[in-house]
Design a protein around this ligand. Structure first.
Ligand SMILES: *Cc1c(COP(=O)(O)O)cnc(C)c1O
Length: 393
């Protein structure tokens, strides 16, 4: 996950340089003052090159990036957008912000979108499909894209947690019409807040850019104050400080991924010897970003008892089970209250397969700066927690 672990001199220097060379914190214009410093532009070029995509648009956060992609994909009020039950609530918020209806797909043992359930949920109102690559692990994209193509529905990848991860050699975020990366504090690289739209489709890129900038078309033959426009948008622009920090973090990305993957492999190899743990399915292990390790235990009671014991031993979990309320649609009665199908239902029962996986899951954060000692400590804590008796209910 953890660009945040490596925030240091490089990021500080990058920010100070913006101040030292003109001090323009705004990404557009002021050309006489800014000494040709355009850090957001540079960041966009570098991240696009890094994942082999034609266009990147840096915006204020990943949630806004998702909303932009969905809008560009044609999602409007009254449409349906299918996403998965296990995600950060932001995915559903982006859909709701457009006045569309989030339709929730069950997950399978990979903890990502279950292609079979997806097929069942598509209706004539479905305007987009949003698979989420949770914890840097790819969804089953071949199956999902085949279904989407058959029904001519665009795929927008929520790859907020999956920068640097891939599926069969292709970087996540670049497989569908568009994808997003988040640069918030918990993601692979971070600018505190920040987001990226990634796409190979120029029209989608331009629509996102316009909407993110009050409808500015950035007509090259006009000064900004007289720019052309055909529609209104909103303001989701990133600042030069985000761009500068993003560039410094991007320089550390390969190191981050390498460390995470190495640490995850070590921890997983040792946990594999503990009876009673079953790992999450990983459809394309080579492409795993490696920042999260998730396993299932036999019951909800055991999962919560284990997490408690691990915490007492100084080993925390990552979202499961500690922050499941922000990551599982089954706990979002406040979102679905007025929904024609989900309103008033016992949501955990409604998405019973998802509940069956998520309530038995424990997620470990994999950190860049883990020492051998720390890795041993994590493994020992899981082992001890797994060996305690859990009272049957
Ligand atoms: C973090 C995250 C987002 C939102 O990103 P922000 O930059 O925090 O707005 C969206 N979806 C998922 C799956 C995330 O983890």
């Amino acid at each position: 996950m953890p660009g945040y672990e490596l925030i240091g001199e490089e990021e500080k220097k990058a920010v100070l340089e913006v101040f030292d060379k003109g001090g323009v914190l705004y990404r557009y214009g002021l050309n006489d003052k800014r000494q040709n410093i355009f850090r957001v532009d540079e960041f966009e070029k570098k991240i696009a090159a890094k994942v082999g995509a034609k266009h990147a648009l840096m915006v204020c956060n990943g949630t806004a990036a998702l909303k932009l992609c969905l809008w560009a994909a044609g999602v409007r009020a009254g449409d349906e957008v299918i996403t998965q039950s296990f995600t950060f609530i932001a995915t559903v918020e982006a859909i709701l912000e457009l006045g569309a209806r989030p339709v929730i797909c069950e997950i399978d043992r990979s903890l990502n979108m279950d292609p079979q359930d997806l097929e069942r949920l598509i209706t004539p109102k479905t305007r987009a499909i949003v698979p989420v690559h949770m914890g840097g692990v790819a969804a089953k994209m071949d199956e999902i894209q085949a279904i989407a193509a058959r029904r001519a529905v665009p795929v927008v990848e929520d790859s907020a947690q999956a920068l640097g991860a891939s599926y069969k050699g292709r970087p996540l975020g670049t497989l569908g019409l568009a994808g997003v990366y988040s640069l918030d504090i918990g993601k692979v690289i971070t600018t505190g807040e920040g987001g990226v739209v990634i796409t190979n489709d120029e029209c989608t890129y331009l629509k996102c850019r316009e909407y993110s900038d009050h409808g500015h078309e950035q007509n090259p033959s006009r000064p900004r104050g007289e720019d052309t426009r055909t529609r209104w948008g909103f303001n989701y622009k990133a600042t030069e400080l985000q761009g500068a920090v993003g560039l410094a973090q991007l320089g550390k990305m390969d190191f981050i991924l390498d460390k995470q993957r190495t640490h995850k492999r070590r921890i997983k190899d040792q946990l594999a010897r503990i009876p009673g743990l079953e790992f999450r399915e990983i459809p394309n292990p080579e492409g795993d970003a490696g920042d999260t390790l998730i396993f299932f235990v036999e019951s909800r009671e055991r999962a919560s008892a284990m997490a408690k014991r691990m915490a007492a031993l100084g080993v925390g979990t990552k979202n499961l089970p500690d922050a499941i309320d922000w990551h599982y649609a089954g706990t979002w009665a406040h979102v679905f209250r007025g929904d024609p199908e989900y309103g008033g239902k016992d949501l955990e029962k409604f998405w019973s397969r998802s509940t069956g996986y998520l309530r038995r899951a424990i997620a470990l954060p994999i950190l860049v700066q883990m020492t051998e000692e720390r890795i041993d400590q994590v493994v020992a804590a899981v082992k001890e927690a797994a060996s305690q008796a859990v009272a049957p209910v």
